[in-house]
Design a protein around this ligand. Structure first.
Ligand SMILES: *Cc1c(COP(=O)(O)O)cnc(C)c1O
Length: 500
C-alpha cells in the first residue's frame, strides 16, 4: 500500500510505521550509508555481523520527516503546561541533558573514569540524605513503584531478622495507587485506612486499627489531595510503640524539599521520584529513578552493590553485604537520570531547592483561589503543590470531568489528572509546578473559566470537543472493545465506521 502525505496536513493522524514507508530500490538521494560510516576500529572482526539487519529502505530525509510528523501528533512539556497532578511535570533544564550525555561515552572498564562516576553518585546519595533527613540511601530502583517495592522488601527483611512474621501494611485511601500493589508483591497484605473529613489520616483512626500484625504504615505525604499529613508525628510515635515502621511515599517531595525533612517526622523508610521532583524528563515508560532512603536501623538491608570507600580512599562497589536484600537492578541503576538529578541539585543549591518548593506551593494556591468559585473544591484544608477540584457544579448542566479535560486540549493544555484520587467523585487533580511562567498560569485559569462559561451556555457543545487536536473525541467504549494495536490492524479497519 502506498501512502501519500499531504504536507499541508502535517498533523494527519494516519502516519504509518516506518516499515510501511520503505520501498526497495526507490530513487533516493542519501548521505553516506550509516553502516559504512561506522568506525569499526578495534572491534573483533568475527563479532561483527556482516548481514545487515532488516532495516527499512528509506532515505534520510524521509526518516527525519516521518519522526518529525510523529512528534507533532504529541504533546510535551516543551510545548506547554502539563498540569498532571501527582506527576510533577516540571520543565527539565537542558543543561542536565548535556551533563548526562557526557557519561554516555565512558566505558565501565575505564577505572579512573569510574572512580569519578562513583564519587558523583556518592555525592548524590549525600545530597538526598540531607534533603530527606535520612541516614542511608540506595540509588538503584528504576522508578517510584520500584522504590516502593524495594522499601517494602527492606521492611520484610527487617521483620525476618527480628524473627517476626507481621503481615499487614496499612495504606490510607489517599495514597498513590502503586502503594497497595508494591506491598502485595513484597508479600504483605494491604489494608485500606480511611482518611478523615479534612482529607488527612487522623491519629485517632490509626489508634483504632493498629495491631501486632502491622509491619508498617505506607503513607503518601503530601497525599494525593495535595494535603500535608498533619498528624504525622503522632502517627510515627504510635507505629514505633507498636514495633511497626513508617514508610513514606516521597514522590511528592517537590512540595517539601528544603522546608521539611521526613527523617524528622519519624519516617523510617521512603522513596523519591527523581524524574518528578528533580527535573528529569518522564512519561512514556521511563527511564525513571526511585532512590530509597532509610534510617540507620534499616541500612544493613539496602540492596547491593553499596558504594563504599576502601583503606586507600578509593571507591569500591561492595557486593557481599550479608543482610542485604540482594540486587534489584543491573549496573548502576538509571545512571543518566541520577546525573541529571545531581546537575539539578548542584545548580539550584540549598536555597534554590527551597525556593522551587515554595513557588510550586504558591502557584498551586493562587490557581486554586482563582478557580474555586467556578469549580467545586471538596476539601478546604490548606493544600501544598497540588489541589483537587470536581465537576459537581458542571455536572448539573450535563458536563463532566472528562468533558472539561477534553475542552482544555482545545486551549492547548494537557489535561490534569482526572478521576483520581478515588476518594473524590469526578476529581480533577491539578499540579502546575514552579516552572510555569505567570502568563501561562493566567492563560490556564482563563481557559478553565471559559470552559465553565461554555457549560452554562452550550453544554451540548462538549460532545464534539476537542476539535483542534489530531484526534477528536475518542469513542472510548469502542476503543476498549476493539483493541487496535498495530499499523496492520489500523489499515484493515480504515474506512470502517465505529460501531456503537
Ligand atoms: C508517580 C508516583 C508514584 C509512582 O512512581 P513511578 O515512577 O510512576 O513508578 C508513586 N507515588 C506517588 C505519590 C506518585 O506520584
Amino acid at each position: 500500500m502506498v501512502i501519500r502525505h499531504n504536507v499541508t496536513r502535517s498533523t494527519e493522524l494516519l502516519e504509518p510505521v516506518v516499515y510501511s514507508l520503505s520501498d526497495h530500490g526507490k530513487n533516493k538521494v542519501n548521505p553516506p550509508r550509516p553502516f559504512e560510516a561506522i568506525e569499526l576500529g578495534d572491534v573483533d572482526r568475527p563479532l561483527v555481523n556482516h548481514d545487515l539487519p532488516d532495516l527499512p529502505d528509506i532515505s534520510e530525509v524521509e526518516v527525519v520527516r516521518h519522526y518529525t510528523r510523529l512528534s507533532r501528533l504529541n504533546y510535551a512539556i516543551d510545548l506547554g503546561m502539563y498540569p498532571l497532578g501527582s506527576c510533577t511535570m516540571k520543565y527539565n533544564p537542558k543543561i542536565s541533558e548535556k551533563v548526562a550525555a557526557k557519561i554516555g561515552n565512558i566505558h565501565p572498564g575505564d577505572t579512573e573514569a569510574m572512580q569519578t562516576i562513583l564519587g558523583l553518585l556518592s555525592n548524590l546519595e549525600a545530597h538526598l540524605e540531607e534533603i530527606c533527613g535520612m541516614d542511608a540511601c540506595t540509588l538503584w530502583p528504576a522508578a517510584g513503584a520500584h522504590g516502593e517495592l524495594t522499601g517494602m522488601m527492606i521492611i520484610k527483611k527487617a521483620m525476618v531478622e527480628r524473627g517476626e512474621d507481621r503481615r499487614e501494611v496499612l495504606i490510607p485511601d489517599t495514597a498513590h495507587g502503586t502503594n497497595p500493589a508494591s506491598c502485595t508483591i513484597a508479600g504483605f497484605k494491604a489494608v485500606k485506612v480511611p482518611s478523615g473529613d479534612k482529607g488527612y489520616l487522623e491519629a485517632s483512626t490509626l489508634r483504632k486499627l493498629i495491631n501486632e500484625d502491622v509491619a508498617a504504615l505506607m503513607i503518601t505525604n503530601p497525599n494525593t489531595l495535595g494535603i500535608f499529613e498533619q498528624d504525622i508525628a503522632e502517627i510515627s510515635e504510635l507505629l514505633h510503640e507498636n514495633g511497626s515502621y513508617l514508610y513514606m511515599d516521597g514522590a511528592n517531595m517537590n512540595a517539601l524539599m528544603g522546608i521539611a525533612r521526613p527523617g524528622e517526622m519519624g519516617v523510617d523508610c521512603m522513596h523519591l521520584n527523581l524524574h518528578k521532583t528533580f527535573a528529569s524528563p518522564h512519561g512514556g515508560g521511563g527511564p525513571g529513578s526511585g532512590p530509597v532512603l532509610v534510617k540507620d536501623e534499616l541500612a544493613p538491608y539496602l540492596p547491593m552493590p553499596w558504594i563504599v570507600k576502601d583503606e586507600e580512599e578509593r571507591f569500591r562497589l561492595l557486593t557481599n553485604a550479608p543482610q542485604s536484600i540482594g540486587m534489584i537492578h543491573s549496573g548502576l541503576g538509571n545512571l543518566s537520570v541520577l546525573m541529571k538529578t545531581l546537575s539539578y541539585i548542584s545548580s539550584l543549591g540549598g536555597k534554590g531547592i527551597r525556593e522551587a518548593a515554595e513557588v510550586s506551593v504558591l502557584i498551586a494556591n493562587y490557581m486554586k483561589k482563582c478557580l474555586k468559585d467556578s469549580y467545586y473544591l471538596p476539601y478546604d484544608t490548606p493544600t501544598l503543590h497540588e489541589f483537587v477540584l470536581t465537576d459537581k457544579y458542571q455536572k448539573e448542566r450535563g458536563v463532566t470531568t472528562m468533558d472539561i479535560a477534553k475542552a482544555l486540549m482545545d486551549f492547548g493544555f494537557h489535561p490534569p489528572t482526572v478521576y483520581f484520587p478515588l476518594v473524590v467523585t469526578g476529581a480533577m487533580m491539578i499540579e502546575p509546578t514552579e516552572t510555569e511562567p505567570l502568563d501561562e498560569i493566567e492563560r490556564f485559569i482563563d481557559a478553565m473559566k471559559q470552559i465553565d462559561e461554555l457549560s452554562r451556555k452550550d453544554p451540548g457543545a462538549f460532545s464534539s470537543i476537542p476539535r483542534a487536536t489530531p484526534v477528536s473525541r475518542v469513542d472510548e467504549v469502542w476503543a476498549a472493545r476493539r483493541l487496535v494495536l498495530t499499523w496492520d490492524m489500523v489499515e484493515s479497519i480504515m474506512g470502517e465506521p465505529p460501531s456503537k
